[in-house]
Design a protein around this ligand. Structure first.
Ligand code: ADP
Ligand code: ZN
Ligand code: ZN
Length: 745
C-alpha cells in the first residue's frame, strides 16, 4: 500500500510513502503519521490512499508510525483544510496544525495507563542470582511480588527510582506483564464549575420562537445544506431557539458545534448552555472549548468528541474544527462579531468556515444576532440564506428608551470638554437613590486620529471612498488610507470655522474619575484590558456586580457581551462617535451594532430600562436608526451606500499588508508590486493603493497596504500567491494577505 502524506514541515507538498503491512489496518485518510523527511521524522497527515499507477514504489521510504488508531482529521475536515488554504492564502500544513490541538499531534494519550503485574515466580536462589547480576530488576520483582494486583507503571518506577529498562528485561523473561488500562474519565473539571451552572426550568416557547424552531428543524430533517439567519432583537430569546434545534439534533443521534465569540467573556452564557445541554442528553458530555484549557483538558475534550462520547461542543472560533461525529448543526451566536476572525495566520473567519463546513456535511448552519452582519443579511436577500425573525422581546418586555444627548450643546454650555453630560449624570444619581445599577460603556473601537469638530460635529471624509480621513501628525496632513488622497490638515473646522477640532478618545480611567466626581458615594468598578487580562478579577467583578455590591460599572463594550443583569436599569454610552469615524467602511455598521447591543443590556428585569447615548453627531443614520432599533431600515440605507462604492458585501475585499523598517524602500516596493499586479490582472481586479495603513507605524516598522476587490477570492489569492513568489522582495519587507479582513487599522 502507498499513501500520500502532507508533512507538517513548513512546506506545501504531498509526499508518497510505503505502508508496512502491520500498520496498514490502522491507517486511513486523515490519519496522523510519522514519516521520514530529509533524515528527520516528521508528523504528517495522510491525504490520499494509493498513488498513480506508474509510481516507482521500490524507491519509496516507509511510514514509521501511526500516531492514533483513528484518523485525526476526517476526510471532511481535510477537505475543509484544502479550501481554507486556497481561500486564506495559508500553506496547508499551517491550517492542519491549527485544526489539530498540540496534545493530539504529540500523540499523548493521557487516558491510558500502563500496569505492571507479576507473571512468573523465581525461587530464592534465582532471586539472589538476579540481585547480584541486575539489582534494579530484582528490586522491581520483589516489589511486584508483594502486591495483590497490578500496579501503575509510572507509580512503580517513581517509587523505586528505576528506569524502564529493567521492566523490559523482566517482561522479556516472562516474569512481568505489562498491560494497559483505560483511566476512567474524571468528572469534567474546568472553570465552568457547579456554582455557575444555573439550574433553570426551560421556559415555554412563545409563538415567534416556536415558528423559528419549526423552520430550523424542517431544514434539519430535510438533511440538506442550509444556512438560516436568526435575526432576533435583544432579549427575544434566541438562545431558546438554538437549544431546541440542538435538542432535535441530539435526539436523532447527530452532533453539534455551538460557537460563541469569546468564551472567557461569557462564562454565564456558557455555563447556562452547558447545564441545559447536559440535561437534554444526560448520557453525553458537553465539551467546552477555549484558549485557556490546559493541554490535558484539550486532549480530553478532543478525544471525547472524536470517539463519540461527546456529541456537542461549545466554544470560541477554533471549536469550528472540533472532530464532532455526524455533524448536523453548527450554531454561530452573535455572528456579526469581529472576534470570529483570527488576526494571525491562518486568518480565517469562524463564521464563514462554519458555513463551509456545514456545506461539506450537508448540515444546517444557524447564524444568530440582533444586528446581523451586512454580509449575512445580504445573503438572505439574495436567497442564499433563509431568514427567520424574532421581532418581540420575551414577555413583551419593551425595548429600552434611547435618549440621544447632543454633546455639541453640552460643550458649548460648559465651555470645555465634558465627559458626562448633565442628562447622564442626573440619571445616574436617580439610579443610585433607587438602588438600581448603571453600566457605562466606553467605545474602544476608538481610533483617535480622525478629525472631529466638537462644535458642529463635522468629520472630514474622502470624497472617493466615503470613509473618514486620517490625521497624520508627522506632516500635518489628512489622508485617505484607501485611495491615497491627501491634503494639509485644516486648523479650523472646514464647515463652521471653529478651532475646536479634536482627535482624542476617552480612557476608562478618565470616565471613572468623572463618575467619582458626580457620585462621590457610589461604589464604582472599572473593567478594561488590564482587569480583563486577569481572568479571575474579571469574574470577581461580575460576581460582585450581580450581587449588587457595585453601583456603577465602567468598561469597554466587551463587558456587555451576553450579560443579563435584571437590576441594570440605566446604560450609558459615553462616546458614540468614535466608532463612526474610524477609517473603515464598516464604521456605520459597527456603530449601529454597538448602540443596539449596548441598549439591549438595559431593562432585562421587570423594570423598564433607559439608555443614554452621548454624541457629537446626533443626526447620523447609525444613531438615528438605532433609536428605534430598526435594523431593516439601517441595513437598507447602508447596503445602498456599500453598493454605490462597491464595497463588501457586493464584492470581496482582500487586504495586502506590507511592513518594513524603511519607509522609502517600502513605498517603492509596494508601488513596483502594484504595477506588477495591474499588469497581470488588467481589468479583472480592482486595486486601491498602495497607501500607508491608518496606523502608519507600529514599533518602528512602517505599514503600507493595497486593497484588492474581487468576486472570486480563491482564484485571485492563487494568482497573487504565485506572483508574490516570483517577485524580488527584499528580506526586510514582510507581507501578509488577508481575505475578508475585519480589522482595517
Ligand atoms: P437574546 O439572546 O435573544 O438576547 P436570550 O436568549 O438571552 O435573548 O433570552 C433573554 C431571557 O429571556 C433569558 O433570561 C431567557 O431565559 C428568557 N426567555 C427566553 N425565552 C423565553 C420564553 N419563551 N418565555 C420566558 N422567558 C424566556
Ligand atoms: Zn465645525
Ligand atoms: Zn479615498
Amino acid at each position: 500500500m502507498i499513501v500520500g502524506v502532507h508533512p507538517l514541515a513548513g512546506f506545501d507538498k504531498l509526499l508518497h510513502y510505503r505502508v508496512p503491512d502491520h500498520l496498514a489496518p490502522t491507517l486511513a485518510v486523515g490519519s496522523l503519521v510519522r514519516v521520514p523527511v530529509l533524515r528527520t521524522l516528521r508528523l504528517g497527515v495522510v491525504g490520499q490512499i494509493g498513488a498513480p499507477a506508474d509510481f516507482p514504489a521500490d524507491r519509496l521510504k516507509s511510514v514509521a508510525q501511526v500516531v492514533h488508531p483513528f484518523p485525526a482529521l476526517t476526510e471532511e475536515l481535510l477537505q475543509l483544510a484544502r479550501w481554507m488554504a486556497g481561500y486564506y492564502a495559508c500553506p496547508l500544513d499551517g491550517i492542519i496544525e491549527t485544526m489539530i490541538p498540540g496534545a493530539v499531534r504529540s500523540g499523548a494519550s493521557l487516558k491510558v495507563e500502563k500496569l505492571l503485574g507479576l507473571a512468573g515466580r523465581l525461587d530464592a536462589t534465582e532471586l539472589a542470582a538476579l540481585a547480584r547480576r541486575a539489582p534494579q530488576q530484582a528490586r522491581l520483582y520483589e516489589f511486584l511480588a508483594r502486591q495483590f494486583k497490578p500496579q501503575a507503571k509510572a507509580l512503580v518506577l517513581a517509587r523505586l527510582g528505576v528506569t524502564a529498562a529493567p521492566v523490559t528485561a523482566l517482561v522479556r523473561r516472562g516474569l512481568v506483564t505489562e498491560t494497559e488500562r483505560r483511566i476512567e474519565r474524571e468528572a469534567y473539571r474546568d472553570e465552568f464549575s457547579a456554582e455557575e451552572r444555573v439550574a433553570s426550568v426551560p421556559p415555554r416557547l412563545n409563538e415567534e420562537q416556536a415558528a423559528a424552531v419549526a423552520a430550523v428543524t424542517s431544514h434539519l430533517s430535510a438533511g440538506r445544506f442550509n444556512v438560516t439567519l436568526l435575526h432576533g432583537v435583544t432579549g427575544s430569546g434566541k438562545t431558546e431557539v438554538y437549544l431546541h434545534a440542538i435538542e432535535a439534533v441530539l435526539k436523532s443521534g447527530g452532533g453539534v458545534i455551538f460557537l460563541v465569540p469569546e468564551v472567557a467573556l461569557t462564562p454565564q452564557t456558557v455555563a447556562r448552555l452547558r447545564s441545559r445541554l447536559e440535561s437534554i442528553a444526560p448520557d453525553h458530555k458537553c465539551v467546552v472549548w477555549h484558549s485557556h484549557l490546559s493541554e490535558g483538558e484539550r486532549l480530553d475534550g478532543w478525544l471525547a468528541l472524536a470517539n463519540g462520547e461527546a456529541r456537542v461542543v461549545v466554544g470560541a472560533r477554533s471549536a469550528v474544527f472540533a472532530p464532532v461525529k455526524n455533524l448536523r448543526l453548527i450554531v454561530v451566536d452573535e455572528e456579526h462579531e469581529p472576534a470570529y476572525k483570527q488576526d494571525e495566520t491562518p486568518r480565517y473567519h469562524g463564521r464563514d468556515v462554519a458555513v463551509y463546513r456545514a456545506k461539506l456535511n450537508a448540515a444546517v448552519c444557524l447564524l444568530g444576532s440582533a444586528t446581523p452582519s451586512l454580509e449575512s443579511y445580504a445573503n438572505t436577500r439574495a436567497g442564499r440564506y433563509s431568514l427567520v425573525e424574532l421581532r418581540r422581546r420575551v414577555d413583551a418586555r419593551r425595548l429600552p428608551h434611547i435618549d440621544i444627548v447632543d454633546m455639541r450643546v453640552e460643550v458649548a454650555r460648559s465651555r470645555g470638554l465634558t465627559t458626562l453630560s448633565r442628562r447622564l449624570a442626573d440619571a445616574m444619581r436617580d439610579r443610585l437613590e433607587k438602588r438600581e445599577q448603571t453600566i457605562l460603556f466606553i467605545n474602544r473601537r476608538g481610533y483617535s486620529s480622525s478629525m472631529l469638530c466638537t462644535e458642529c460635529g463635522h468629520v472630514e471624509e474622502c470624497a472617493h471612498c466615503s470613509i473618514a480621513m486620517t490625521y497624520h501628525r508627522t506632516d500635518e496632513t489628512l489622508r485617505c488610507h484607501l485611495c491615497g488622497e491627501h491634503r494639509a490638515a485644516p486648523l479650523t473646522c472646514p464647515k463652521c470655522r471653529s478651532p475646536k477640532i479634536r482627535w482624542r478618545g476617552l480612557g476608562t480611567q478618565r470616565v471613572e474619575e468623572a463618575v467619582r466626581r458626580v457620585l462621590p458615594r457610589a461604589r464604582i468598578e472599572r473593567m478594561d484590558t488590564d482587569t480583563m487580562g486577569r481572568k479571575n478579577r474579571f469574574r470577581e467583578i461580575l460576581g460582585q456586580f450581580r450581587a449588587g455590591r457595585i453601583d456603577v460599572l465602567v468598561g469597554t463594550q466587551m463587558i456587555g457581551k451576553g450579560l443579563d443583569f435584571p437590576n441594570v436599569t440605566l446604560v450609558g454610552l459615553v462616546d458614540a462617535d468614535i466608532s463612526m469615524h474610524i477609517p473603515d467602511f464598516r464604521a456605520n455598521e459597527r456603530t449601529f451594532q454597538l448602540l443596539v447591543q449596548v441598549a439591549g443590556r438595559a431593562g432585562r428585569g421587570d423594570r423598564a430600562g433607559e439608555v443614554v447615548v452621548q454624541t457629537f453627531t446626533p443626526q447620523a443614520e447609525a444613531i438615528q436608526f438605532s433609536r428605534q432599533a430598526d435594523y431593516a431600515a439601517f441595513a437598507e440605507a447602508e447596503l445602498k451606500l456599500r453598493h454605490d462604492f462597491k464595497y463588501p458585501p457586493y464584492r470581496h475585499l482582500i487586504q495586502h499588508r506590507f511592513r518594513g523598517p524603511n519607509a522609502e524602500k517600502l513605498k517603492f516596493f509596494c508601488e513596483q508590486w502594484a504595477r506588477r499586479v495591474e499588469q497581470h490582472f488588467g481589468a479583472r481586479l480592482e486595486l486601491r493603493g498602495p497607501s500607508p495603513a491608518p496606523i502608519e507605524k507600529i514599533k518602528d516598522e512602517y505599514r503600507w497596504q493595497i486593497w484588492y476587490f474581487t468576486s472570486s477570492v480563491t482564484k485571485v489569492i492563487g494568482e497573487l500567491d504565485r506572483l508574490r513568489g516570483e517577485f524580488p522582495w527584499p528580506n526586510e519587507i514582510t507581507q501578509v494577505l488577508d481575505s475578508d479582513p475585519v480589522s482595517l487599522m
